[in-house]
Write a protein that binds this ligand. Structure first.
Ligand code: ADP
Ligand code: MG
Length: 189
């Protein structure tokens, strides 16, 4: 089993009242895992602390309960893995390994800008999985900013073209849940 979630979270523990920009029905639909059966994509976009990783982990755990294979990786780790494989001359083998899980969750895309070759490596991964296996991406950057995240507008467009073809894009607005909790307990005004 290769999931490697950063923490344990479930949909049951998610307070939808705290995040009114989310439609609970849309999240419950994702929890059926039909999109994974179809090999579709999911994007969670929004500022830090709004529950993107919580939802990604909860959906990943639900997918495992429904016997799908799941791998969770941060964008930074994924790009480092691809760059190392490329340098070692084993990129194709690494792409094959990363194409295996039925759901690949890529967390925190956009926190760090990509190195020069990383956009091309990421593109190859998305192409390899395209119409074979689902990808769930979380990002603090809107898709309009992905050109600057990838450092290459042409490659970013090609990546988005594949990701958005059969996809659900969920944009979360609002305040960080962590800060909200702090405010409540009087630690912040
Ligand atoms: P993001 O990935 O968007 O930066 P996280 O998913 O890591 O945010 O959320 C930050 C913390 O707050 C996590 O511990 C998460 O479980 C919790 N959290 C965020 N939103 C909610 C929510 N609506 N209900 C319950 N817990 C939440
Ligand atoms: Mg996160």
């Amino acid at each position: 089993k290769i999931a490697q979630f950063p923490f344990v979270r479930e949909l049951d523990g998610f307070e939808f009242d705290a995040q009114p920009s989310l439609d609970p029905r849309q999240i419950r639909e994702l929890a059926t895992c039909r999109w994974i059966a179809h090999g579709d994509m999911v994007l969670f976009l929004g500022p830090p602390g709004t529950g993107k990783t919580h939802l990604a982990v909860a959906l990943g755990r639900e997918a495992i309960r429904q016997t799908y294979s799941v791998q969770f990786v941060t964008a930074a780790t994924l790009v480092a893995m691809l760059a190392k494989a490329h340098d070692d001359g084993v990129l194709d083998k690494q792409l094959t390994i990363l194409a295996r899980p039925k759901l690949l969750i890529i967390d925190e895309l956009g926190y760090l800008p990509f190195e020069a070759n990383a956009a091309h490596l990421f593109f190859q991964l998305v192409s390899r999985r395209y119409e074979r296996g689902s990808i769930l991406i979380t990002s603090n950057r809107s898709v309009g900013e992905w050109g600057s995240v990838f450092g290459d507008a042409v490659v970013a467009t090609a990546i988005l073209d594949r990701l958005l073809h059969h996809s659900t894009v969920i944009t979360i607005r609002g305040d960080s849940y962590r800060l909200r909790e702090k405010r409540r307990s009087g630690l912040l005004q």
